[in-house]
Design a protein around this ligand. Structure first.
Ligand code: 8X3
Length: 249
């Protein structure tokens, strides 16, 4: 029987690439996101093994209603990919906007928790399942102008470790994948600038969303006794959160 995956934040970037790759590799995939039109378009592109589920992850009520509404043949989720997340603003702590902070905390931490609570309960009942949290190099290191984003991703790291302990008695794998610089809409959203990618990724080759999807597929297809607990993935030109080998810059 095909495994069913649920990927949050699947309307773009890493989430979308992961949905595509998992569906090409025999998974049924529930894609979730706020943007209904994009969800529809992606499910149309990827075919009948995709189920679009529209909700705003920041709203626990919407999360509950949406997950309850899944049809019977989509309810048994084997793999949860907690991908939804964003960075908003790149400013020192005394200049950042409260709205940006709340958006990051509500999405990256609280949203992840809302979805995980419901799906992990079902996995515990079935005594099986896997949860992959999309963290970041910002979950491993803190850097200036990124305090709250780094804090949310450090929280994802702590949650990953603690969830792995809580779910250990129930045969549930928990792990995280932590990307460095990936060229998606990430920097456009963070800097609120449609031309951000030309600046942020100039002079070196960043990762693509497909590179991270590839890692998620690897994690999701190990034998039953193998759990990839922690994967940090950087572009070759990136040494840590702040050191880059940039040409002509
Ligand atoms: C995204 C990578 O380096 O901007 O999570 O924090 S970074």
């Amino acid at each position: 029987m095909k495994k069913t995956a649920l990927i949050t934040g699947a309307t773009s970037g890493i989430g979308k690439a992961t949905a595509k790759l998992l569906s090409q590799n025999g998974f049924k995939v529930i894609i979730t996101g706020r943007r209904k039109d994009r969800l529809k378009k992606i499910s149309y592109e990827l075919g009948d093994q995709i189920y679009p589920l529209n909700f705003d992850i920041k709203d626990n009520y919407q999360v509950q209603k949406a997950l309850e509404s899944l049809p019977e043949n989509w309810k048994k989720i084997d793999l949860l990919v907690n991908n939804a997340g964003l960075a908003a603003g790149l400013e020192p702590i005394h200049k950042n906007s409260i709205e940006d902070w709340e958006q990051m905390i509500d999405t990256n931490i609280k949203g992840l928790l809302y979805v995980t609570k419901i799906i992990s309960q079902k996995m515990v009942k079935r005594q099986m399942g896997q949860i992959i949290n999309v963290s970041s190099i910002a979950g491993k290191e803190a850097y200036g102008k990124g305090a709250v984003y780094c804090a949310t991703k450090h929280a994802v790291e702590a949650l990953t470790k603690a969830m792995r302990i809580d779910l250990n008695p129930y045969n549930i794998k928990v792990g995280s994948v932590s990307p460095g610089a990936v060229k998606t809409e990430f920097s456009i959203v963070r800097l609120k600038d449609n031309n951000a990618n030309q600046k942020v990724y100039a002079g070196y080759q960043p990762l693509t969303a497909d590179d991270i999807a590839d890692a998620v597929l690897y994690m999701a297809t190990r034998p039953a006794h193998v759990n990839i607990a922690d994967m940090l993935i950087l572009p070759t030109a990136q040494a840590n959160a702040t050191v880059f080998n940039k040409k002509n810059h």
